[in-house]
Write a new protein. Structure first.
Length: 657
């Protein structure tokens, strides 16, 4: 059984804030939304959905998607062995939370992850984070929720902005956005660049076997180039079509585990991800709407393992060059009907074809694995009155393995996922919601077929994981310009896929379906503009993560802090100067120490404080000067991988419109 509770809070604004919201809505790419927002026919929200606006991303100096969602209640960030920034939501890691770009799934078919730290926020208008019981219209593998990245859209004949910044880790970054809307056509283009020599460690850090302190060894990012463009056509009201491409290309180091005598000396000498897509939205009749998505997502990388920390020679037996060539081709169709009064019926079909090819070393044979996934969904939104709405959903998902490098292809796997919920306006401004649903996740190609460099025995017969999710919540304005939200959630995970020793005398593991887990907690969020010229926000999460597997060595689940707190405050001194500060707290995290006979140990709790000064030179020019981790806290999110110490930064922004 998995249990969890949550509370979140937002704020309503008037006057200039309403104008700002209208501007934001105009610049949001509505085709990128899967669940319609901001309109009378909005799909009823029966679970918690948090939105991170572009203004919030800039305020938090969140240059990538991982840092942007880290401000959302219930989200926990992790940076691990491959120097990838990933996150979990209410205890579910990114294997259970697909990431979409304008409704297009972006991930690596091999292991189901995408490094959200490599997705810049420069071209993004907002992020929506759907937790727990997300809409069936998103498709398959949404066991723990959904993150949808929505790009920007121009509203004027010419729009543009430019940003450049420098931080103490010798990191330069620049972003340029251009856009135009003329008549029935619009166009956007984005280009970004990042180069870093590596981040500084805390002055409190004590040198270890593989880390001498000062600047983190092998943490550099070489020439990250990102770009996107989109062309749209609006032939008539209710008709809109767009084609786009999004690309990231970089080289980077992978910091070694600081005190492990068997540490890995790795570098990604190539890391590329490109997404091509077409989205069409057609109002076929007054009561019938059709939305179509077609996409191709490509991922290539070269991971080099070296003899030592000079990162030159590859002569030892453990050194290698691993090459991935992954691609996904897919599409979806969603049909919405409002033929019945006060009723919106949606039908969805999703399909994708995954291909993973890998070469384990120079001159080694290439391996190839293929699978197909389908989802058929129906969702019915019934508005019984102005105060009460019901939402019913059902999906039938199928994983169809297609090719297993010439080996036995396992049978198809399928899952039926029903869900239901209600939204009730209890009093004048008190909103309640409740929902229950079953969600599933199919095993990845890695879990089914990978040998993990001879450390793992493949298991193509893995079953799908299932979670029974429950949620209840409240939203309540409590005084002027302040709002409180509360969501209680409960989940019960079955068939959890875990890695276990293959046999008593074996030095190899295997992924198997023996796991059960429970998560329980409370999520709190509050924000207010009650004080003049001041905007305050508080998020708190209590999460109890429990392993209920019969062969468990502990009740704990790894790297899940029990308490998580986020505080921020923006004070506007005058029309030219503002001060922003934020505080984050994470309690201790349990983990299994592989260097100490897999004994359970804890990482220390930590506090971090960021602060910056925001100056407005003119209506078009602004700058920021500040520091991250201003008190130089020495902390880790993953054992053996110390995080960034105090780092000063500056940012310059220019509005070209």
């Amino acid at each position: 059984m998995l249990i969890a509770f949550g509370l979140s809070c937002g704020i309503s604004r008037a006057g200039e804030e309403i104008s700002a919201q209208a501007k934001e809505d105009a610049e949001t790419f509505k085709l990128g939304e899967v669940v319609v927002e901001g309109e009378a026919e909005t799909v009823t929200r029966v679970a918690t959905v948090n939105t991170v606006t572009r203004q919030q991303m800039e305020l938090n100096t969140a240059d990538n998607v991982a840092d942007a969602v880290n401000t959302v209640p219930g989200v926990t960030l992790s940076v691990g062995r491959r120097n990838e920034r990933t996150f979990s939501i209410r205890g579910f890691n990114q294997r259970y939370i697909p990431v979409f770009y304008d409704g297009i799934p972006i991930y690596i078919p091999y292991d189901g992850y995408v490094d959200t730290g490599k997705i810049p926020t420069g071209s993004i208008s907002k992020l929506t984070v759907s937790k727990g019981i997300s809409s069936v219209l998103y498709g398959f593998n949404t066991m723990g929720g959904v993150v949808n990245i929505i790009s920007r859209k121009p509203a004027k004949p010419f729009e543009g902005d430019f940003e450049t910044g420098y931080s103490e880790d010798d990191a330069w970054h620049s972003n340029l956005n251009l856009g135009s809307k003329v008549g029935k056509f619009y166009f956007t283009a984005y280009g970004g660049y990042l180069d870093s020599e590596g981040f500084p460690l805390s002055h409190h850090y004590q040198p270890q076997l593989n880390e001498d302190g000062d600047r983190r060894n092998n943490s550099d990012i070489d020439d990250q180039v990102s770009g996107s463009c989109k062309i749209g056509f609006i032939p008539a009201p209710g008709q809109e079509f767009a084609i786009g491409v999004h690309h990231v290309d970089e080289k980077r180091g992978v910091p070694p585990e600081d005190n492990n005598p068997d540490a890995r000396f790795w570098r990604f000498t190539q890391w590329k991800k490109t997404t091509y897509y077409f989205i069409g939205d057609s109002q076929l009749t007054d009561a019938l709407q059709l939305q179509t998505r077609i996409y191709r997502d490509e991922y290539d990388n070269i991971l080099d393992s070296y003899d030592n920390d000079y990162y030159i020679l590859q002569t030892q037996q453990y050194a290698f060059r691993s090459t991935y060539d992954d691609r996904t081709t897919g599409g979806s169709v969603v049909v919405r009907s409002t033929h019945i009064k006060n009723n919106t019926l949606s039908l969805a079909w999703h399909a994708k074809y995954d291909v993973h090819e890998e070469q384990d070393d120079y001159y080694a044979d290439w391996e190839r694995y293929e699978s197909r996934t389908f989802s058929y969904g129906v969702e019915d939104d019934v508005k019984l009155s102005d105060r009460l709405s019901l939402l019913f959903g059902l999906s039938y998902d199928v994983l169809s393995p297609h090719y297993a490098d010439g080996g036995k292809v396992p049978r198809d796997k399928n899952a039926v996922n029903p869900q239901a919920g209600l939204s009730l306006l209890l009093f004048k401004d008190t909103s309640l919601h409740m929902a229950v649903g079953r969600k599933s996740r199919f095993p990845t190609l890695k879990e089914q077929y990978s040998g993990l460099l001879d450390a793992n025995i493949p298991n193509p017969d893995l079953k799908e994981e299932r979670a029974y999710n429950y949620e209840a919540g409240i939203e309540q304005p409590i005084f002027r310009h302040s709002l409180l939200r509360c969501s209680l959630f409960y989940s019960d995970i079955k068939n959890l896929i875990v890695s276990r020793p293959y046999g008593p005398a074996s030095n190899q593991n295997q992924f198997v379906n023996i796991g059960k887990a429970t998560l329980s907690g409370v999520e709190l969020s509050f924000s207010s503009e009650y004080l003049k010229r001041n905007r305050f926000e508080l998020n708190y999460t209590y999460l109890q993560a429990r392993d209920e597997s019969s062969e468990r060595t502990s009740r704990h689940l790894e790297y899940q802090p029990e308490h998580n707190l986020y505080l921020s405050d923006l004070y506007t001194i005058n029309d030219w100067v503002s001060i922003f500060a934020k505080l984050a707290y994470n309690s201790s995290r349990y983990f299994q120490n592989r260097m100490n006979f897999n004994r359970w140990e804890t990482l220390d709790e930590f506090w971090t404080v960021d602060m910056k000064l925001i100056g407005t030179i003119t209506g078009r020019l602004s700058f920021e000067v500040g520091a991250k981790n201003i008190f130089d806290e020495n902390y880790q999110l993953n054992a053996g991988f110390p995080m960034e110490g105090r780092a000063f930064f500056t940012v310059f922004r220019m509005n070209l419109s």
